[in-house]
Design a protein around this ligand. Structure first.
Ligand code: NDP
Length: 244
């Protein structure tokens, strides 16, 4: 299946590392004009060395005002990948107010805010668009020490559905992808323990974690016209974990 994004303008958040970085590069390779948003300038510098056409925006998306200012000159956008997130694992009884606010501010409030900014422009131009929120299998299954992270991803799934409901009439589609573990920086911090990884893999019918490319391919499909009538879905990329 040939997918091209020639002439499309895309924004990818959390594009400094992992899935977001690979998505930004894949979109640029497929012809899109890409704006990469993340909070570590060094990551943007190295991204631009890999792909000079990418437009960098450095901002901490947990800061509402800073985000508003950083994205005010974004211009027309056709495609948004709401990927930036953080995970801070704690036993439920030890969750702190600070950690709760920090993770919700990025994973939910930040995603909502960027989508608002982008979707307002899409609506005003009347040309539609496609938004993909990067959720997780953790949105639909309880994982030990993941209380706050699971709750943010469950919130993002429902946000996806409400956005699909409210933005659909403007031909703006909103979908999510829900990966299993991917061994990015985030995955390495949380899943390097061999015992923990083995237990998780034993619950995945295909017996393995996802590769970054598995996730990127599903994101590209949902962004593209190949999924033209798909709106409001949460697409597992999980080897069957959520099916069982
Ligand atoms: P990484 O930690 O590898 O990359 C996350 C990126 O998001 C980094 O560039 C990071 O920048 C950026 N980011 C985080 N917080 C902010 C912020 N406040 N403002 C701007 N940018 C920010 O994560 P992954 O690539 O693994 O994860 C990508 C997405 O996939 C996330 O939504 C994650 O929840 C989801 N996911 C990941 C899984 C996994 O096992 N890896 C499994 C299921 C879902 P910096 O490093 O500078 O903080």
């Amino acid at each position: 299946m040939e997918i091209t994004f020639a002439g499309k303008r895309a924004v990818v958040t959390g594009a400094g590392k992992g899935i977001g970085r690979a998505t930004a590069l894949a979109l640029a390779r497929s012809g899109a004009e890409v704006t990469a948003v993340t909070r570590t300038q060094a990551d943007l510098d190295s991204l631009l060395i890999e792909c000079a056409s990418i437009r960098p925006v450095c901002v901490d998306l947990s800061d509402w005002e800073a985000t508003e200012a950083a994205l005010k000159d974004l211009g027309p956008v056709d495609l948004l990948v709401n990927n930036a997130a953080c995970a801070s694992l704690q036993p439920f009884l030890e969750v702190t107010a600070d950690q709760f606010d920090k993770v919700f501010n990025v994973n939910v409030k930040g995603a909502l805010h960027v989508a608002q900014i982008v979707a307002r422009g899409m609506k005003a131009r009347g040309a539609g668009g496609s938004i993909v929120n990067i959720s997780s299998q953790a949105s639909q299954r309880p994982l030990k020490d993941h209380a706050v992270y699971c709750a943010t991803k469950a919130a993002l799934d429902m946000l996806t559905r409400v956005m699909a409901l409210e933005l659909g009439p403007y031909q703006i589609r909103v979908n999510a992808v829900n990966p299993t573990v991917v061994m990015t920086d985030m995955g390495i911090v949380n899943w390097s323990d061999p015992k923990k990884a083995k237990t998780m893999k034993s619950c995945i019918p295909m017996g393995k974690f996802a590769e970054v490319e598995d996730v990127v391919n599903s994101i590209l499909f949902l962004l593209s016209e190949k999924s033209a009538l798909t709106n409001g879905v949460t697409l597992p990329v999980d080897g069957g974990f959520l099916a069982c």
